[in-house]
Structure formats: structure tokens, C-alpha cells
Ligand binder design. Structure first.
Ligand code: C6P
Length: 416
């Protein structure tokens, strides 16, 4: 982006106007204004997304790709327009490379079950990292148990940094896939994925990036990154739940067998055999999440309208401010302080268990997440059972961080 466009975006970012787009932010919780710091789990939805879904159900709804009747054709058109928006959002070469799934979890499972089961064999190696979410661990464990592949785990540093040199040492001629998060949901660490892709490709391996967290904070260009697979969920990107995306290079999707069988994914069927539909429908068996796909398209319009750079700058400001405010609280330890991290803030407090922290701040109307965040191996690595996590979205403010700071002071006083 040009410097001038960047400045225009920053100037245009008006958080109070943004907040008015999110009806839920006007509500109270336990008699206090809602402070929503749990967007990394699932983000709230702007009016534009709610209206897009409502319009479909009220005026246009029918099944897609099947009917020649008017509504079916409109809905098919809406859904394919949404696919095109995802394509443009990721800068994929073709809409044939955009597969709609339910979420990131299903996108990764699709790659493991289709590409992995078909192309990996005993002794092949898959590299993941210590900071993976369970959804980028378990599918590879399934394959390890089924096919005898070796799962190798790249380490993170004590501050949560991705250790590129140690990662490089894990690559060898048996490495067939590197499956790595683009951004950690616990630490906020942003992985240097461009380097990861380059190094993995030099070793002859494919690369899958788990973009569940990154996609809401960082502009993603899959062609520039040159990754082979990219997975994300609609619900973290201010879109509906029930819709996710798998981007994959067309040649890979062409070579991969279908993931699930049923309607929509076939060209012709007899009792003896079947032929598969064209991409991406080969991987979209059954009636898809139609209104949710359209809602995702509206969410993409919304975030690109604000500008990912402007959103990232706003969230970086919140993160810096929160770091400074929380540092003043006695006994509070930040977990994950890697340079360049993005907007999730995990912490522990010496006086209280994370679940107690979560319960007490909830009484002040503040939603944070506590627990292992579906990253138990990372918790083991860090030597903690759980953390409290505040995650910031485009609608959060410095004033809300003040409310959190005050509530955490209250936790410290309560537990002494
Ligand atoms: N993390 C969190 O609170 P799904 O559930 O399929 O939409 O996303 C799974 C997933 C995969 N990778 C990463 C890096 C993630 O953060 C998540 C979801 C949520 O951190 C819910 S556990």
C-alpha cells in the first residue's frame, strides 16, 4: 500500500463510528457496559453482516447450484460473489482455489484427510510448532497413527518467539509438509511465514498456514506468500459462524481426492462409479452454508472498507497501551512478548487462578477468555496450566483497557 493510502486509512479510522456498527456493544452485562475482549475466540458482527444474512433469509433464500428457478439462481449468484470476495481478499489466482468449509478446523482436516492421506507415506515428516492450536495438531496425529508419518515440533522461545533457525534444522529431504500457525492465539506471536514458506519449499515441502487469528489483523496475500494452503474461519473475521475457507493452489486441489462424498461434489454417478465436479465444488459435498457465505462476503467488505492496515494500526495502539497499563499491576505476568506480536494479551497473576480472574472481571462486564485456549502442549511448554487472555478487535478502545486495568487491580485487592 502507498504511504498516502495508509495515511488516509489511519485518519479515516473512527472507532466510535465503528462501534455504532456493532449493536451488541450497546448492551450491558451484570449492569455494566459490555467490554468485549474475547474476539480471538469469536468476534462480534457488524450490522452490515447481520443485514446481509437477514436479506437472504427474508427475500432470496433457496438452495444453490441446483435449481433453475429465480431464487436458486439469485442465491447461487450471491454465494459465488462471496467466493470472489474471498478470492480478492486473499489475492488468490482463481475462485476455483477457494473452498468453503465450516471453519479453520474443517479446512485443516480436509487437507490432512485428502492430501495427507493420499500423498503421505510411512516415514514422511510433517513439521508443526509448539504454539499450534489443537486443530493443527490432532489431524496430523490421526495421520501419524494411520500412516506412520513422523510429526516434528518446531520450538518457540521463552518469550513466545518462533525460532527460525531451530525450525530450519528440522527440515530435511523427508519433510513433506510444514503446517504452522500464522499467528498464535495464545501468545500473539506473528510467525515469519514468508521465511517459513521459502525454507520449506527449498526443502521440497508444501506449506499449510493456519490463518484463524492472523487474517483479522494482517493483510494476507497468498500469492505473495506462495503458501500452498491457507485456512481461516468466518466467525473471527466479524462474519457468521458455520463458514470457513480453505485456500489451496489449484494444481494441488486438482490432484487431491474428494474429502466427503454426496451431492454437489459430483458430475455424474452410477452405482458402479462417479466423476467429480469441477473445483472447488469437488470439495463441497452437501448443501453449503449459503447465508453464512454471503455474510462472510459482507464481513470482508466491512474490514476491507476500514482497511486492514488501519485496523492493524488501531489494534497495535491498543496492545501497546494495554502492555503499559497491565505492567503496573503487581504480580501480573505477561505470557508472550515476542517482538512484532499482534493483539492478544495472555497473562497470569500470582494472587489468583485464571478462572478466578475471569469470573471476577466478568462481574465488571468484561469478557475475557481463560484456560488452555485449545493449546495444551503450549501450556506445557510454558509451564502454566492456564492463562487469562484479553484479545482486542477493531471495536475496542483505550477506555475499555482502563476498565480492565481497574478490574484487575480489584482482583489483586480481593485475593490480597
Ligand atoms: N481459536 C480461541 O479462543 P475454529 O474453531 O475452527 O473456527 O478455529 C480453530 C482455530 C485454529 N487455529 C487457531 C490459531 C485458532 O485460534 C483457532 C480458534 C479460538 O483461541 C477458539 S479455541
Amino acid at each position: 500500500m502507498s504511504v498516502q493510502a495508509d495515511i488516509v486509512e489511519r485518519v479515516a479510522f473512527d472507532v466510535e463510528a465503528v462501534r455504532r456498527d456493532f449493536p451488541i456493544l450497546a448492551r450491558e452485562v451484570h449492569g455494566k457496559p459490555l467490554v468485549f475482549f474475547d474476539s480471538a475466540a469469536s468476534a462480534q458482527k457488524p450490522r452490515q453482516v447481520l443485514e446481509a444474512e437477514r436479506r437472504i433469509y427474508e427475500h432470496e433464500y433457496a438452495n444453490v447450484h441446483r435449481g433453475i428457478h429465480y431464487l436458486s439462481q439469485i442465491c447461487t449468484d450471491r454465494m459465488e460473489t462471496a467466493r470472489e470476495k474471498v478470492r480478492a481478499f486473499l489475492n488468490a489466482a482463481s475462485a476455483r482455489e477457494i473452498v468453503f468449509t465450516r471453519n479453520t478446523t474443517e479446512s485443516i482436516n480436509l487437507v490432512a484427510a485428502s492430501w495427507g492421506r493420499h500423498f503421505l507415506k510411512e516415514g514422511d515428516e510433517v513439521v508443526i510448532s509448539e504454539m499450534e492450536h489443537h486443530s493443527n495438531i490432532i489431524p496430523w496425529q490421526f495421520l501419524r497413527d494411520e500412516k506412520g508419518i513422523l510429526l516434528r515440533v518446531a520450538p518457540v522461545g521463552d518469550d513466545g518467539e518462533f525460532l527460525l533457525n531451530e525450525f530450519a534444522e528440522m527440515l530435511n529431504e523427508r519433510t513433506r509438509l510444514v503446517a504452522i500457525t500464522h499467528m498464535s492465539n495464545v501468545l500473539g506471536t506473528v510467525v515469519p511465514v514468508r521465511d517459513v514458506v521459502r525454507m520449506a519449499h527449498q526443502a521440497g515441502a508444501k506449506v499449510l498456514l493456519d490463518g484463524a487469528q492472523a487474517v483479522t489483523h494482517i493483510p494476507v496475500d497468498v500469492r505473495d506468500l506462495d503458501c500452498d494452503f491457507y485456512a481461516f474461519s468466518g466467525h473471527k473475521l466479524y462474519g457468521p459462524s458455520g463458514i470457513g475457507v480453505l485456500y489451496a493452489k489449484e494444481a494441488l486441489l486438482d490432484a487431491m481426492p474428494p474429502y466427503m462424498g454426496g451431492g454437489e461434489m459430483i458430475r455424474s454417478v452410477t452405482f458402479e462409479a462417479a466423476e467429480w465436479a469441477d473445483l472447488p465444488y469437488k470439495f463441497e459435498a452437501g448443501t453449503p452454508a449459503i447465508a453464512q457465505a454471503v455474510g462472510l462476503g459482507a464481513a470482508i467488505d466491512y474490514v476491507t472498507g476500514l482497511g486492514l492496515h488501519a485496523i492493524g494500526a488501531h489494534e497495535s495502539d491498543l496492545l501497546a497501551y494495554a502492555n503499559q497499563r497491565l505492567a503496573s499491576i503487581d504480580g501480573l505476568k505477561l505470557i508472550g512478548t515476542a517482538p512484532g506480536k499482534a493483539s492478544v494479551l495472555s497473562f497470569t497473576m500470582s494472587c489468583a487462578h485464571p478462572h478466578d480472574i475471569g469470573t471476577l472481571v466478568d462481574r465488571a462486564g468484561i469478557a475475557i477468555r481463560v484456560g488452555h485456549h485449545c493449546a495444551q502442549p503450549l501450556m506445557d511448554r510454558l509451564g502454566v496450566a492456564a492463562t487469562a487472555r484479553a484479545s482486542f478487535g477493531l471495536y475496542n478502545t483505550r477506555a475499555e483497557i482502563d476498565v480492565l486495568t481497574e478490574a484487575l487491580e480489584g482482583v489483586r485487592e480481593f485475593f490480597g
